[in-house]
Design a protein around this ligand. Structure first.
Ligand code: ATP
Length: 219
């Protein structure tokens, strides 16, 4: 099926703590957008992450860092809907809310291999693929090993090229420029007083320095 006026544009979704946002997030999001010919990718900071240790910077600062990072890149859009919800930020609830807003558009949930490996522990995880496609982005130094059940599930849902006009339901393994950058590495460098240039946008670094964020070593 070729794209026509009747095929609504695909929309990408990248959720995370973004504590802080870095070029690994930004470049992957942009490359997925280009490869799948999406209209845009929505970067969605979580309020309370359900799966991991607490975040360091406040939700407002993580959102502000994202806004500074995407300022001149129209394909990347900051979406703060999770910051308006109480309790843990479950992805399935975010997708339900996006589905209400974008009833016909194909939605593409972007997950790094590390995030995808933990998918079966997520709240109502089987509902996720009914609401969106899942794009699995190969993260540098990560391989996608999963147990047999997940392996079968993965194979059963693998996408074919034409499936991108479906609203949801398929798995898309994609390769993007590997950037072995993590927010943990950046927080540790900042705590140690080491330079973080070329790992994240200068505008974000300027804000971090101005507010003396991530200075403590226990982060
Ligand atoms: P932390 O080091 O604090 O755990 P992180 O750098 O992994 O953070 P998150 O905000 O937890 O960043 O990640 C959000 C999403 O972005 C996840 O799906 C994750 O797999 C993906 N991601 C993070 N860093 C990269 C990267 N360097 N390349 C590709 N995807 C990435």
């Amino acid at each position: 099926m070729a794209r026509s006026e009747s095929n609504p544009h695909g929309i990408g979704i990248l959720g995370g703590t973004f504590d802080p946002v870095h070029f690994g997030h930004l470049r992957s999001a942009l490359e997925v957008c280009l490869q799948l010919e999406l209209d845009h990718v929505r970067l969605i900071p979580c309020a309370v992450p359900p799966h991991r240790q607490q975040v360091v910077a406040s939700a407002q600062l993580r959102r502000l860092m994202l806004e500074l990072a995407v300022k001149s890149v129209p394909q990347l859009v900051v979406d703060d809907r999770e910051l308006h919800r109480e309790g843990p930020s479950f992805t399935v609830d975010t997708l339900l809310s996006l589905r209400e807003q974008f009833s016909d558009n194909p939605l593409f949930l972007i997950l790094g291999t590390d995030a995808f490996r933990g998918l079966s522990s997520w709240s109502r995880w089987q509902q996720i693929i009914q609401l969106a496609h899942i794009v699995v982005v190969q993260r540098a130094d990560e391989s996608l090993n999963h147990d047999n059940n997940m392996q079968n599930w993965y194979q059963q849902h693998l996408a074919a090229a034409d499936d991108r006009y479906l609203p949801a339901g398929k798995i898309w393994p994609l390769t993007v420029t590997p950037l072995a950058i993590s927010a943990t590495q950046i927080r540790q460098a900042l705590a140690a007083g080491t330079a973080v240039n070329f790992l994240l946008p200068e505008a974000v670094i300027a804000l971090i320095e101005q507010l003396a964020l991530y200075r403590k070593a226990d982060q």
